[in-house]
Ligand binder design. Structure first.
Ligand code: HPA
Length: 243
């Protein structure tokens, strides 16, 4: 079964009707919202809004462990994390849809592993390729079917938030090799891998990262951009194999 974790600008998937909601409890607490189960062509899918049903949970307060655990418990084998991000590389402009293949994690102080001694014996997961290549391929194929242009390689730099970055931080991230900046890509990707879930990210560039545009970043401009770009993301999701 396919799971979709919706980010800012995606709190439901238009065109996919929800048949049942379930509040799941996990050893790590409750997920961001009840899991919403829907169906397409006889196949079940699950949707979970990362920031809560009313978008009240800031990035550093998201219970990533409960979210991933709950999806796993419900039988989800593959998860697409949709994320609003800022663009750093010149070709990753507002409106670009990007399927990243690498991550640099600048976040801190988050509950970032299931292997913390209390719950399971430690396992050091392999994380050289942080995303599931097969699911990235399925996303890329779905984008082709949906006739949506995407960029299929990028490095996603994950910052702590909730504030946006300084211009100097963005310059450093560019030197590091980051193409995108967002606040929720980690520990989500690592926890999914620890849980044995196939995970890929569909990132939507909402704005130029700090200092790269003459205008300061505003939430209004981000929301405006996302309201159009998420339509393309939904077109891609509608073409995904739900199994
Ligand atoms: N920085 C971090 N997270 C973001 C941004 C950004 O510029 N835009 C959307 N999410």
């Amino acid at each position: 079964m396919l799971g979709v974790i919706g980010g800012t600008g995606l709190d439901r998937i238009p065109g996919l009707s929800i048949q049942r909601q379930e509040q799941v409890s996990t050893p790590f607490g409750t997920p961001s919202a009840p899991l919403a189960f829907g169906e397409r062509g006889g196949e079940l899918f699950v949707f979970l809004p990362r920031h809560g049903a009313d978008h009240h949970i800031p990035p550093h307060k998201i219970n990533f462990r409960a979210n991933i655990w709950a999806l796993k418990e419900c039988g989800v084998k593959k998860v697409i994390g949709v994320a609003a991000v800022g663009g750093l590389s010149p070709n990753m402009h507002p409106g670009s849809i990007v399927i990243p293949d690498q991550i640099i994690d600048y976040s801190y102080g988050r509950e970032h592993t299931f292997f913390d001694g209390d719950f399971q014996p430690v396992d050091h997961i392999e994380f050289g390729n942080p995303y599931c290549e097969q699911l990235r391929g399925e996303l890329i194929d779905a984008a082709t079917l949906a006739d949506v242009e995407i960029i299929s390689e990028a490095c996603y730099g994950v910052t702590q938030g909730p504030r946006l970055e300084t211009s100097a931080e963005i310059k450093r991230m560019l030197r590091d090799g980051a193409d995108l900046v967002g606040m929720t890509g980690m520990p989500e990707a690592a926890l999914a891998k620890e849980a044995g879930i196939c995970y890929a990210c569909c990132a939507v560039v909402a704005n130029w990262a700090a200092g790269l545009d003459a205008e300061p970043i505003t939430m209004e401009a981000i929301e405006r951009q996302l309201s159009t770009s998420m339509e393309s993301v939904c077109k891609i999701l509608m073409r995904m194999d739900m199994r």
